[in-house]
Structures are given as C-alpha cells and as structure tokens.
Design a protein around this ligand. Sequence first.
Ligand code: SAM
Length: 651
Amino acid sequence: MTALPPARLLFDHGVPRSVDFDDVYHSADGAVAQAETVFLGGNGLPERWQDGGSFQILETGFGLGVNFLVTWHHWQNLGFHLGVRPPMGSDPTLNPVLHFVSFEKHPLTRKDLAQALAPFTQLALLAQQLLAVWPPLVSGYHRLEFDQGQVVLTLILGDIQKTLPQLRMAADAIYLDGFSPDKNPHMWDAPLFHNLARQCLPTTTLASWTVAGHVRRALEAEGFTVSRESGFGQKRERLVALFNKIPAAAFAHMATPARNAVVAHHVNPTRNTRHALVVGAGLAGCLTAEALSRRGWRVDLLDAHSGPAQEASGNPAGILRPMLSQDDNRASRLSRAAFLHAARLLQSLNHTGILQYKLCGVLHLAADAEQEILQRAAIDHQGVAPLYAQFLERSEATACAGIKTEHGGWYFPQAGWVNPISLCQAALRSAGERVHSHWNNPIAGLHREGNHWHATNSESAVLAKAPVVILATGSHVLPQAAHLPLQSIRGQITQLGSDPFAPGTPVLCLSGYVISGLPSGICIGATYDNDTNPNPTLNSEQENLARLKRLLPDLADLGSDPKSGSDPKSNPKNSPIGARVGFRAVSQDRMPIVGGLPTHEGLYTLMGLGSRGLVLGGLCAELIAAQLNGEPLPLEIELAEALSPQRFSKY
Ligand code: SAM
C-alpha cells in the first residue's frame, strides 16, 4: 500500500483529538511544555548536547510534530548548529547534526498540519519550514533536511509494526509517544520494545508520559532500567529509562555488528578520517562529494575529463520521475523514496543559481489497451496519493499532453526534467572548497597503504590519498570492482531545434521519451542497445525519430530521409541539431550497487545507476554518507541490503 489514509482530527477545546483513536495528540496542559518536560527533560536534554557531537532521537508517533519542532528549537538555541558558537573543545569542522527519526501511520494533510500548528506561535518559523517540505502522503522514508543539513528528520510513513523492524539507527534518546496504551496498543506492545532495543546503545535513554505497568515490564525485559519521575500536568508520574541492563533474556535481541551495522559504527569519525577520494565526477560522484562535504568531510574528486558530467550524465536533459509497479516492489519503493528526495535536493541546491530543471509533470502513456489496464490497476490497488501519481483516462491524457493520444496513462504531476550537467555543477558549487576536483586525471590504479587508499596514474604517481574511497566510475571499472556484474548499455539521444509542443507540455513517455520546452528545443531518447559504437549513428537517430512520430504522427518530415541524416540543409525545420551517445552501467538485477565492498576496508561503490542517475543518485549518495557517519539509514534495511555490493558475494 503506497497511499496512507490521512489522520482525521477535530479540535476539543483547542486540543487536537484523533477521530480514529478517540484520544488527544498532546496534554491539555500544553504541548510545548509537555515536550520540554516529558520528552526533552526525561532524556536529559538539552544538557546532553553540550559536548557538541551529533545526536540521534527516535520517536514512536510523529503526530503534529510538536516534539520534533520543540527539539529542533532547543538544538538551535545551543547556537552551534550554524557554526555560530562551536562547542567547547570541539572540532569546528565536525558539524554536529541532530537526527530525528519518527514514525507515523496516519499523517496529517498539509492543510490540517498547518491548522494544528498555527497556535504554536513560538514555533512558527520552524513549522513553516516543515510545512514547506511536507511530503505527499505515501508510505516509506522521507528524509527532510533543515538548517543546511544540521537538522535531519527521517519521517517514516507506514505502520510502525512493519517499519520499525526495518530501521537501522543508533538512538541516543527515545520518545515513546503513541496514543494511550488502551486505545493504541500496537504502539506499546512487546514486539515494538523488542525492535526498539535493537536501535539502542548502553547510553540510550528513553522517556514517556505513561507509566503503565505493562509498558514498564516490557521495557525492563528488553534491557532498560525504568524509573518514575513526578509527572507533567494532570499526570502524577512520567517514565524515564536507561538501556543499561542487558539481561540474558534481552541479550539475544541486542544490537551486535551483525544485527545492526549502524549501531556498531556509531562513531563520529575524527577529523583526519573524514577524508574521501571520490573517483568519477558524473551524477553519482558529484552528489556523493556534496553529501560528504555537507557533513564536514574533505573530498578529492578525480575524473579523467576536464569537468563534471562528461559521460553518461552529460545529456542536455533527463527525466526525473518515479517508477510504479502492481505490487509496490523493491524497485518502486526505492524509486519513490529517491524521487521525492531528488525533488527536495533540487530545491536545496537552487540557491546556486545554475540549476536547469522544470517540474512540468511526466505523462507515461500506455502503449496498448493491455498496458492501460495494468497501469490503471496499479493506481487503483495502491490508492496512490494524487499529488504523487494518477491514472489519466484517454481524454484526460489528451488534454494533459495537448496532443491526441491513443490511450490513457500514468501522470506524475511533481515530476519533470533536469539538466544533469547543471545538477553536477550545482552540487560541486554548493560543496565549495571542501571538494578538491582533480580534472584530466585518469586513474590507472588504486591500492591501500597503511590506513590510506592511494589513487595512481599510469606512471604510478600518486594523485591523491585518503582513508575512504568511493568508486563512482559508471561503466569504467577499476580492478577492485571488476567482480561486480555490471553491463554497459549504449544510449543515443536526438535533439531537434524546433519544438512542436505547446509551452507547459509534460515530458511524454511512450517507448522512450520526448522532453519539450528545453532552451535548445526538444530531446528524444534514448536508445537501449548493446552496440559499443561511441559515435551517434543514423540507425539510432531513426529509432528516436520514430518515437516522436508515434506521438505526433502528423508532424511532417522528421528528417526521416536516411540519406540526409543529420544534414540540416535537407530539412531545416525538423532536422536533428544534435546527438549524443552515453554508456549506462547496469547491474545484473537492475538495482544500483551502493555500499562498502566486504573485501576491501574503506572501499565503497556507487555504481549501476543505469539510466536513473537523476532519480536515484541523490538518495544513494545519502545512503553512503549515512553509512560512513553511523547515521540512521535513509532507507529500510531490506532496500539497503538490496543495493549492497555484498549481495554479489559468494558464500
Ligand atoms: N509526538 C506527537 C507530537 O509531538 O505531535 C504526538 C503523537 S500522537 C500522541 C500519537 C501518534 O501515533 C499519532 O499521530 C498516531 O497517528 C500515531 N500512530 C498510532 N498508531 C500508529 C502505528 N501503528 N504506526 C505508526 N504511527 C501510529
């Protein structure tokens, strides 16, 4: 199920109440004061933040987000979130980050959330920022960043019973905040506490407003020492706990390196070790460099070309759209989280002023009546949120496309096109001096000496060295990654200078795609073949023009005279003005290959993005950065494992 039924709430003397659970979202004695006393106070916050390190909080019910906003507000008050006041004795480049991970099965609509948060005037500035990135109500991970990445909210939409076992983080503090245990028992049951314990360290604290006996007993059984403090408002007592008991019964559920790699790696890497080589400056490499630099890492970015995005990422435009499937399979779930992440990344990089993109919508037309039935069924089955995806019947599709269509199709209103070169450039500009680019530096080899990887050229001269290396080399594979099952697939695009589509036409997909409204006209693509010819061919051009012809059968003379080829003189209006060939690296199972190589310490890959670098690149970069920094993973573990290079290891 992709779509989530929004929360139904009413206001009871000004206090929001859930219709479904028949309970209030917060104490009638004040939501902000409750957050400060019960949740922050119960976890020793903000005092515990004084050491200046990053901090991870897990909350069991996001609701109105008051706890999140109050926590963020106090984090800001410390003053070091924007480098205003580096904490005493801390490394000023450490960039402490507040990670707040929260679960919600019935998220509020943006309108209801705005209404519910309106009375909290002291939180208004933060609430506005939350509302600005509030996601469409579709299940999965939504990684929302604030204050230039110094506050990261990982909002996990779906039933906590299913989503918590998939989480990988190392919680420093836990807020237990479901509706009351008698009305919302699944938020307080033994399996939930069992899975919470897997996210804990011996220093993890926990707080809640309830001291219900079964909650205390279940927490004790999982390894917490539980005590009662004087309560807030009308509650006589509240609960605080520390995960320091680890009895034999709980030990089996404890976080061990095998069970939760994030807990095992929960270290703030020291300044010297936060230095990486990124090999390859396409989308994968540039976005990884940006994600690491945002966390205060130094990056040496190496590429054989004279600038970024010269190979598969170098087309004038590519499509940013998610995939859908009948059964919401792994690829669709990955694509959903990644697409929504990519749209937010564009927003956050827009300040560079060099991004070229347009979220004009994408219409994926069905090729025949059978595909139309399947497309309609996929939307109906999952009840997808209309802001995310819709099925348009033929007449609606015709109106949307501005041309007569044979069938209906999927419409993604928030999708569109992006110039990938501009995205690479924007990522590097935003990263600034922390990324040192080495252009025209082809790497001939990599080897590990002591604690460092050395990248060498063909004369064995060391170009750069660092403790961590990330291979983002597309279809060029270095020996350490040679065992990965990657295939190179050729793609040719065709550009036409004239644009027969009305302004505002969405990107049209029908066995390929047509992007109109580009500064240079339209772009048609892309072929998908095993040819190794790096130059544009007439055959591929004909293939692309046939794609356009399917959408616009009446368009005269699409440079279709094979003898004329790309000669503009033979057909000045509709002749191609440009062609480009790229080679996409595609893995055996079509999923990207993202993560650490088990055989080489400090060696990571971000490869196999295929033709989906624009959609998947940003979230995959975030996954690597999260792994390297011991952060909550931005994806459920099932997906992180489906991407890991370890899936190809022979056992
Ligand atoms: N912490 C919130 C705040 O600061 O505004 C208030 C949380 S409210 C008391 C409890 C929340 O838990 C509700 O938003 C409810 O929809 C959510 N919830 C209830 N059952 C759930 C489940 N099975 N999975 C995830 N969330 C659930």
